[in-house]
Design a binder for this molecule. Structure first.
Ligand SMILES: Cc1ncc(COP(=O)(O)O)c(C=O)c1O
Length: 430
């Protein structure tokens, strides 16, 4: 058995190479594809647990009550949420559906942090019904709507105010959120004013900031963590809780940085602690909200090759049985991947191919140019780093049912999401 070479680094922690091809969680991917069919999301339990443990342990160095809330938008499959709940994470939810998922997975209301830049009354009522620990306010309207509902039910809700501090991060502009002009949050001055003048029924606990996602250079996040306590002190606003969001990136390609979320969290806790000591203010409870950095590299998507052809410009298309229905990241923000053949992951390349999805859009291209060994119809292609923002963004375009998902570990694969059937596609049509 060979440990994985560096070309396979975006694959999960448990990845090995054997004569049976790529192994994850102790099982050959070819065997998993054969048993569960493709397209298929495969999640490595070991990778998920390891990252959750490191973040939970790092944040617990903060004052009592400090916590790591997993961002359900990145992956909300119940079996994975149960694993994260067991590892001591809390839950960051941004809709009625995500609140329901968290509760079904075993999180309790006090563990929920509720988000959303356009929360509906239904979202807010779900938060109240769940007895959510914190609601993060995105603006004054949000505050007033929540306050009305709380007053009606005689409840006092703990809230944070989300501010966009005007700090830019190096990521795709579609996933930057903390800049001036962002649709998320308020300017620092407006946020402070809202905290000072909250309507009855709301108890202001502090600030929230989330600068963006897939951020590989964490310097701006550390800068924001350093700035926030000083800002709260200068404005004279409460800072019992400081939520510094998520956003740490992962490697999608071999050779890219793959920052450790535990180390990143420890840095944030250390910076906040230090600045509060310098400013002679109490260190707040610290909340972090990682999503991608917990589950991103734990996921691999398997596809079967259904067609191969060389076209007019001489390029070779390899068409697979999935695409933008299970991976929206390519179309949304030019996501890049380094797939391999599951049976022959380290065989030498015989040339560059383009991997086409099956959907009726010219932009449905999973990888536009990758060196692979000779590809044949029926081969299984394994695309790494697809654990976050893939299954949650899956759709039924062209009326293909959404893929199944399995959790692998210790030589076992457990079906955690059934493949969507054609009949299920019509359940909502009346
Ligand atoms: C408020 C908030 N918290 C946490 C996250 C999770 O981000 P990531 O998956 O990049 O860690 C997001 C994602 O955009 C977010 O909007």
């Amino acid at each position: 058995m060979t440990m994985r070479p560096s070309a396979l680094l975006p694959f999960p922690d448990s990845t090995e190479v054997t004569t049976a091809g790529l192994i994850i969680g102790g099982l050959p991917l070819m065997q998993i594809a054969d048993q569960f069919q493709t397209p298929l999301y495969v999640y490595d339990e070991l990778s998920i647990r390891a990252r959750a443990q490191s973040v939970v342990s790092a944040v617990s160095a903060g004052p009592e009550g400090s916590r790591a809330a997993f961002a359900l938008k990145s992956l909300s499959t119940l079996a994975v949420l149960r694993v994260l709940q067991q590892e001591g994470m809390c839950a960051d939810c941004a809709s009625v559906g995500e609140i329901a998922a968290a509760l079904r997975a075993g999180f309790v209301g006090s563990q929920l942090v509720i988000h959303g830049n356009a929360k509906s009354e239904a979202d807010l009522l779900a938060a109240i019904a769940a007895d959510a620990g914190l609601v993060v306010l995105d603006g004054r309207d949000d505050a007033e709507r929540l306050a009305t509902l709380c007053q009606r039910s005689g409840r006092t809700q703990d809230v944070l105010v989300r501010i966009a501090p005007g700090i830019d991060v190096d990521t795709h502009r579609h996933i930057a959120t903390g800049h001036h002009g962002s649709k998320f949050g308020m300017t620092p001055a407006e946020g402070a004013e809202l905290l000072r003048t909250l309507p009855g029924g709301l108890r202001g606990r502090g600030l929230h900031v989330h600068l963006g996602s897939q951020v590989l250079d964490a310097t701006p996040m550390v800068d924001a963590a350093r700035w926030l306590p000083r800002f709260a002190k200068s404005e004279g606003i409460p800072l019992d809780v400081l939520d510094v969001g998520g956003g740490l990136g992962i490697a999608y390609l071999p050779g890219q940085d793959n920052p450790d979320p535990g180390v990143h969290t420890a840095n944030l806790v250390a910076v906040i602690t230090q600045v509060c000591e310098e400013e002679e203010i109490p260190v707040p409870q610290i909340i972090v909200e990682p999503g991608r950095s917990i589950v991103g590299t734990a996921g691999v998507t398997l596809y079967t090759v259904v067609g191969i052809k060389t076209v007019g410009d001489g390029s070779t298309w390899v068409a697979v049985d999935g695409g933008m229905g299970d991976n929206l990241r390519v179309g949304l923000y030019g996501g890049t991947y380094a797939p391999v053949l599951a049976a022959r992951p380290i065989d030498p390349s015989t040339g560059s191919v383009r991997i086409a999805g099956r959907h009726c859009e010219s932009t449905d291209v999973l990888v536009d140019g990758i060196e692979l060994p000779e590809v044949s119809i029926g081969d299984v292609i394994a695309v790494p780093a697809t654990g976050a923002y893939h299954q949650t963004m899956a759709n039924t375009y062209n009326l293909f049912g959404r893929p199944a998902a399995v959790l692998v570990g210790n030589g076992d694969a457990t079906l955690i999401t059934r493949r969507e059937t054609t009949d299920e596609l019509f359940l909502r049509d009346v």
